[in-house]
Design a protein around this ligand. Sequence first.
Ligand SMILES: *[C@@H]1O[C@H](CO)[C@@H](O)[C@H](O)[C@H]1NC(C)=O
Ligand SMILES: *[C@@H]1O[C@H](CO)[C@@H](O)[C@H](O)[C@H]1NC(C)=O
Ligand SMILES: [Ca+2]
Ligand SMILES: [Ca+2]
Length: 579
Amino acid sequence: MGSNMRTYWILVCIVGLLAQGIAQEELDWWETTVFYQIYPRSFKDSDGDGIGDLNGITSQLKYLKELGVGATWLSPIFKSPMYDFGYDISDFYDIQDEYGTMEDFENLLSEAKELDIKIILDFVPNHGSNESVWFEEALRGHEKYYDYFVWEDGVEDENGNLQPPNNWRSVFRKSAWEYREEVGKYYLHQFVIGQPDLNYRNPDVVEEMKNVIRFWLDKGVAGFRVDAIAHLFEVDKELFDGKYPDEPLTGNDDPDSYDYVDHIYTKDQDETFDMVYQWREVFDEYKAKDGLTRVMMTEAYSSPQLTMRYFGEGDREGAQMPFNFVLISDVNGKSSAHEIKYALDKFMTFKPVDKLANWVAGNHDNNRVASRFSPELVDGINMIVLLLPGVAVTYMGEEIGMVDGFISWEDTVDPSGCNTDDPINYVYSSRDPERTPFQWNADKNAGFSDANKTWLPVADGYETLNVEVQRNTDQSHLNVYKALVQLRGQQAFRHGRYESLALNSDVFAFKRWYNSENYVVVVNFRSQEYTVDLTYFDNVIGDLEVVISSIQSPKTEGTIVQADRVEVLGSESLVLKVK
Ligand SMILES: *[C@@H]1O[C@H](CO)[C@@H](O)[C@H](O)[C@H]1NC(C)=O
Ligand SMILES: *[C@@H]1O[C@H](CO)[C@@H](O)[C@H](O)[C@H]1NC(C)=O
Ligand SMILES: [Ca+2]
Ligand SMILES: [Ca+2]
């Protein structure tokens, strides 16, 4: 071989290695893990007061390890009068007494570190609390804190009575303005009265909230889920002669409803995206110091176009995970396989090519998967969430298929339910059903607490639907879930490509492949039985091996089926591998 030829072959090899290196680029911790959302009030009560707490979470970190998840985001644990169960924060730098102490939190962090589980906190930037020092100081006329909030003069009606400044509505119904005699003005609250909006046009607020982020990052948290981000900024009133303008009417005839007006001045303002990029800069200051990526997950129920702006713009980076809510907002148990495919493709279609998708089917604000889809579809939805390309997020309890609890009007505590003032229809608004205590075992209060009364009643059926029972049953949601988390480690799911098909109106399927590794996931959304032909997918032919099957499936691991005629029972879901 001449020296030119040798150089040529060395180059070919290097290029080959590089190409492989690029395709198999080292993934960062957050790109391969599963994020598990804990609603602390309902996870585990360590001291018998009927309310979940930090020591309860610490005592069960080993359960997260058992699941195979590597990160958990905790709904708010900060000081709060609890008008919105912790999303109304009166001290962003301290822990709520009923959840524990700062020492308890530090202990939780160090135990989690031992187990290699990252802790993500909930950052609630849009509002504080009407019972915070900041707000109390504002009412006392302390100028610095007065400017932390959004104030406006009322207007007099024809009878000389003072009325709110304009028609803005609260997400929790009625006016978004509340009068305070102390200052003779109204303050803005896009959420409950106890949640005064912070004024992001004040640089002091911007700096204060960055300090909140720094405070918890300094303690060792690995990032934040950012609450209600779309509501951060209101329109600049200087553009409207110094008065916040009315929002246009939508035609909805219930004047108390949030949907009464179109939120063009109170949602999705351009400045909101810039603030997210500024927070990312703070996160990256920390990464520059120790190399660990801090992650941001943003909560916005917005159009795909707006959702993608949270990823970043131009040379500015934003959230790694703008939540993809299609499985919550766009589809349910009535959706056809075509509608499922259409919804799942949406995020993939709009997202920047160099960013990862993320999948989430449940959270503390939405009915449980077993109730929104059906109990039979729990495994199928978990297959979709865990095996589609991108990051997976699981709300606590979805791994065992918990169902919505029934909460009577008397027991209802969620402001979203209570504010309906409607003892019959509150069920459609209340978020209590998906917040009932976690079901550990068949003991008193499902093993959640020793108390005689828990803050919300435990859902019916916990005697048989709980972790302990499912741990000891081969065919259980829990065991399917654990197997799926393990399977995510395969190249096809880490690095592989994706293609999906609605095989008919009821059966949805997708393929994940990498080099010669080929998997097909089949989910039957209905109770009707089908024989489906999976050879519509390229390179899916001959023998397929069952890798994981839903609990009602008679097909055990290792069963061989023929690609061109796979019998799929009603509500059956399967993960198949091409032999
Ligand atoms: C704070 O707001 C809540 C309503 O969300 C109200 O019940 C409470 O009285 C308010 N507290 C103060 C001190 O104004
Ligand atoms: C629960 O109720 C029983 C019976 O009324 C009582 O003996 C017990 O002390 C109560 N436990 C707690 C933790 O309050
Ligand atoms: Ca407790
Ligand atoms: Ca706001």
